[in-house]
Design a protein around this ligand. Structure first.
Ligand SMILES: *[C@@H]1O[C@H](CO)[C@@H](O)[C@H](O)[C@H]1NC(C)=O
Ligand SMILES: *[C@@H]1O[C@H](CO)[C@@H](O)[C@H](O)[C@H]1NC(C)=O
Length: 147
């Protein structure tokens, strides 16, 4: 497929146009929340956002639509660090943390995504992609293998 990426910035929207002149300004994606290593609780919400917007915007959108997605964060110079989602907070004592995964497929609790799908960037920098699944999973993290 011959995709020409047209960098037209219209009120902050990036238009992506294919050769048949179809311009996509909205993307559809799903935000999933899993709580616990065995995923005792899970929430999901389907969202639509302008292409080029960031996952943090989707988090605010989700929180406004459904209080299960309510969250807290600490603002650092590098961006927002998520501390709490759905009333559940990072816990250094038990080494349980919120970890964000960028997935090109539907996550399956029976075969959860591996660390290779962890987002390399923070929520402010993740650009939402059409058809993607963003998973915030509250799980035990072996800090010796994570930096
Ligand atoms: C997103 O979903 C809406 C409503 O289901 C649909 O009309 C639209 O075509 C979808 N957009 C993309 C880019 O798939
Ligand atoms: C989100 O969309 C998918 C695919 O259309 C659907 O299977 C799922 O039930 C939807 N989830 C919610 C919470 O609406």
């Amino acid at each position: 497929m011959n995709i020409c990426f047209v960098a037209i910035v219209l009120f902050g929207l990036v238009l992506t146009c294919t050769s048949d002149k179809k311009c996509v300004t909205q993307v559809n994606f799903t935000y999933h929340v899993w709580i616990g290593d065995d995923v005792d609780t899970q929430y999901e919400i389907n969202l639509t956002a302008p292409s080029g917007s960031h996952f943090i915007d989707a988090m605010f959108q989700a929180a406004g639509l459904d209080q299960n997605f309510a969250f807290d964060f600490i603002q650092y110079d590098f961006g927002k660090f998520i501390t709490t989602i759905a009333g559940v907070s990072n816990n250094e004592a038990t080494s349980q943390f919120w970890m964000i995964y960028n997935l090109p497929f539907v996550p399956n609790t029976g075969n959860p995504p591996g660390d290779e799908y962890l987002s390399p960037v923070g929520v402010d920098l993740i650009e939402v992609q059409d058809g993607y699944h963003y998973l915030f999973w509250y799980r035990t993290v072996d800090l010796s293998t994570h930096t």
